[in-house]
Write a protein that binds this ligand. Structure first.
Ligand SMILES: [Zn+2]
Length: 213
């Protein structure tokens, strides 16, 4: 559902531009609002959330999909944990639909899906691994890297249940905004994928904005 936000960028507490192939890791406290802004359009932001109190509690696509009875994420979606607690709720969305089925790109999946020589290409899983290696203070390890949300990514499900990676439905300036219901750690890989149309074969920056709200 398309919903605009009344929050103004100049009132944000923090703003961070994340280039394609880079990561963002940081805390978002209960009540704070996070916006992910697709600056140039057609980008994919591969995102994981963890409880800041106990990172073994983390975003669960299965619990989220089951409880809302829908596979797409948009305004009103409650992003649930593996303990079936609400971690965040999407409160504004000008893109309209986000994927949580397609998973993140990895060097292994690039090899299987595309070609052996794609193995050396940068992938979201690498960015997440680099983030947790460079920031041990968050207490995350390789086993915490699990199924994720692909904000702005278009993965429609066909009538017979097939999944396809399609050209994006986002555009420059589109955004999604969510309010934290608990203290969370936010881990984002701005996808560097060059082999499928999820980011138009042209990975571009996104911006993260946080309000106290
Ligand atoms: Zn990716």
């Amino acid at each position: 559902m398309l919903t605009e936000s009344s929050r103004r960028a100049e009132n944000a507490l923090r703003r961070s531009v994340v280039t394609a192939g880079d990561y963002y890791i940081g805390n978002l406290d209960a009540g704070q609002v996070l916006r992910i802004l697709d600056l140039e359009g057609n980008q994919a932001a591969d995102t994981l959330f963890y409880s800041a109190v106990d990172p073994s509690e983390r975003y669960s696509a299965m619990d989220t999909i089951r409880e809302q009875g829908n596979i797409y994420l948009t305004t009103g979606s409650q992003l649930r944990s593996n303990a079936n607690r609400v971690m965040l709720e999407i409160v504004a969305d000008t893109c309209g639909r986000h994927d949580t089925l397609g998973g993140a790109c990895a060097t292994e999946s690039n090899t299987v899906r595309y070609a052996l020589e794609k193995r050396c290409m940068h992938a979201c899983r690498d960015s997440w691994m680099l983030a947790i290696a460079e920031h041990p203070e968050f207490g995350l390890s390789k086993r915490d890297i699990t199924h994720n949300i692909n904000f702005f990514m278009n993965v429609p499900v066909t009538g017979d249940g097939g999944l396809t990676f399609e050209d994006g439905i986002s555009a420059p300036g589109k955004y999604v905004e969510m309010r934290a219901a608990m203290d969370v750690i936010v881990l984002v890989s701005n996808c560097p994928q060059l082999n499928n149309p999820c980011n138009g074969y042209n990975p571009t920056p996104v911006e993260l904005l946080i309000w106290n709200d």
